[in-house]
Design a protein around this ligand. Structure first.
Ligand SMILES: Cc1ncc(COP(=O)(O)O)c(C=O)c1O
Length: 487
């Protein structure tokens, strides 16, 4: 059955927006008015689709622990959960006779798992890039010698440098780990070409598809195809199903070998006091009781995306990106980062700064006076953002000292607006209108900066969360020091 909206219509780009939970949710503005929230923070997490929630609600009466239960509900839940793995595998074009789909909690957990499962020796090199999210960088640093391939002036991966690195470390490259789309510039590197070069160098490739999977069709290709992606990871919360699931796809043979990285229930065939025989993947890699609901939700979200059409989604988001960049470029006093003209290989992420204004101040004004959800800072890709901002090594050292001393007021960064498939021109217009006000310094509030987090808030203004979310509890969060809301 094709996914449908509340009114029984098949979901398409034309009616998808109304299927977004919270699309009309009113949020307060500094001037005392309210407006429907403008959600332009999809690169962080997308909202939920109603049809995904409906699927979860329909599933919950049948919910039961999976795999070893004998009752009807457990048998049904097991079938649904196991099938969800195949839905994910097919979505990324994986050959499921040779590959397995492992559910995790997110992309970060996928990368950590893979890094724990690769059998590194002291000479091994992981080639990654200067444009990675920390999730596709720090896990490798724990295990291997990591080489970061640099970027070109406008933020693209330096492909010539990548080829040189593959030659330089010939025989030692255990893995090439690269994102499919950057969470900063939205740039999509040519992963099929890079896979070919990687395989020619006798190595394997991992693609962090956290930002690619919601926006572009993906093909991992047959395992014997030179363009084959060996390993790939994605996160459901960036794909309209924020119920705590991620997926790692990779060769079943690979995961048959060695010990799982996390052990406990579910991962074994037999256990004695002295010995263990592991279960087969994916079970071997999904220790403990799995997140069944999260898996079901992810599969439904994928079914919707496929039904709407990934090509249609890509084309709609490109149109919107072009529309947004044309309008933003027409405003004086805004610096955009990354490509702004050739958008073919770029998903809908827009990063910018307003001349003479702190990125956190701009983001705060957009939120407080415009009801617009964006994000600011370095977006878990500090090296890439600092390179794009041309922070010198000396400045960087000074800034790091300040941050470590508990002062984030000068932390470099950008503002990021990111597009999802349900966004439309009115969202972009709302952003551009507010940006026009900000560049002309026509915003209303007086904003003060918090030294520890670097975040700004409008003096004397309280968002009044309790009015909007009755379960809101004003108890302080249990963080201890230096909690950063803006990193
Ligand atoms: C490119 C990229 N990789 C990895 C991640 C980590 O994803 P998650 O937070 O779902 O683990 C993100 C999150 O923003 C990302 O943008």
């Amino acid at each position: 059955m094709l996914p449908q909206n509340d009114g029984g219509q098949t979901l398409s780009l034309a009616n998808l927006r109304n299927d977004v939970i919270g699309i009309d949710t009113l949020v307060p503005l500094l001037d005392g008015n309210e407006r429907p929230y403008v959600f332009l923070d999809n690169a962080a997490s997308t909202p939920t689709l109603k049809c995904v929630l409906r699927c979860v609600e329909e599933f919950l009466p049948w919910y039961s622990g999976v795999h070893r239960g004998t009752g009807f509900k457990s048998l049904l839940a097991t079938k649904v959960f196991d099938r969800a793995h195949s839905v994910v595998g097919r979505f990324v074009g994986a050959d499921l006779t040779h590959n397995t789909v492992i559910f995790t909690k997110n992309t970060t957990e996928c990368v950590n798992k893979l890094s724990n499962r690769l059998d590194f020796n002291g000479e091994d090199v992981v080639v990654t890039t200067a444009m990675e999210h920390h999730s596709n960088d720090l896990p490798w640093r724990k295990h291997a010698n990591v080489v970061h391939v640099g970027i070109t002036e406008d933020g693209h991966l330096d492909l010539a440098a990548l080829k040189r690195v593959l030659e330089q470390y010939a025989g030692r490259v255990k893995l090439v780990a690269i994102n499919g789309a950057s969470n900063i510039t939205g740039i999509c590197s040519p992963i099929a070409d890079i896979a070919e070069w990687t395989h020619a160098a006798g190595s394997r490739i991992f693609v962090d598809a956290a930002q690619l999977a919601p926006h572009r069709p993906i093909n991992m290709f047959e395992n014997d195809d030179p363009r084959h992606i060996d390993f790939l990871a994605l996160s459901a919360h960036k794909m309209y199903a924020p119920f705590g699931t991620g997926a790692l796809i990779g060769p079943v043979d690979f995961f048959e070998l060695g010990d799982p990285d996390t052990v406990g229930g579910g991962v074994v065939e037999v256990v004695t006091f002295d010995d263990v025989a592991w279960n087969h993947p994916p079970h071997k890699e999904e220790a403990g009781s799995p997140n069944v609901v999260g898996g079901v939700a992810l599969a439904e979200a994928i079914t919707v995306l496929q039904s709407v059409g990934m090509d249609e989604i890509a084309s709609h988001e490109q149109d919107l990106l072009r529309y947004a960049l044309t309008k933003i470029k027409a405003l004086k006093g805004i610096t955009l980062y990354g490509p702004t003209d050739n958008l073919t290989d770029k998903v809908g992420v827009i990063v910018f700064n307003i001349d003479g204004m702190h990125h956190a101040l701009v983001a705060a004004i957009l939120g407080t006076e415009g009801g617009i959800g964006v994000r600011n800072g370095c977006f878990c890709a500090h090296p890439y953002v600092k390179e794009l901002l041309k922070v010198t090594p000396q400045e960087d050292r000074e800034l790091i000292q300040e941050v470590l001393a508990g002062n984030k007021t000068r932390m470099p960064g950008m503002v990021r607006a990111s597009i999802g498939c349900y966004n439309n021109e009115s969202d972009i217009d709302a952003l551009v209108d507010m940006l026009a006000r900000i560049v002309h310094r026509e915003y209303k509030g007086t904003y003060v900066q918090d030294v520890a987090s670097g975040a700004f808030h409008a003096q004397g203004y309280d968002f009044g969360f309790k009015k909007y979310f009755p379960f809101f509890d004003s108890v302080e969060p249990a963080y201890h020091r230096n909690y950063s809301e803006a990193s």
